[in-house]
Write a protein that binds this ligand. Sequence first.
Ligand SMILES: [Zn+2]
Length: 144
Amino acid sequence: MIVASLRWRTVSDACLFCSIVAGDLPASVVAGDDAAIAFLDINPLTTGHTLVVPRRHVTDLLDADGAVAEVSPLLESTGRLLVDRLGADGINVFQASRAPAGQTVFHLHFHLLPRWSGDGMLNVHSIRTQVREDRDTTFARLTG
Ligand SMILES: [Zn+2]
């Protein structure tokens, strides 16, 4: 038990988002509840670009241990906040797990990107595909 406690302390001390949750680093926190906080991204991609992170340290979606469900209420209410207060026409939710997917801070976080009609930003359906096998093969590998 002591080892687990020390390990947690080591992980959280080194984590940028744990430091923000603890109040040891400044952040523009726009919302929060018992399980998560939402704060403005320091390098916004769109006006109101917000990160929603669990208060407890988990590294990513593959290590979430239920944290995704815990942050869901704040994810939803922050999305509504961004639309209501900023007049956004829509929201993208983006989450990167592990470095090959683009994760740079290894504490689970969801990007909320307010979008406006005709803003010219990325549309997921316009991304060049990176499909490595046919759908039937993929289906068999996932369900076989
Ligand atoms: Zn952390």
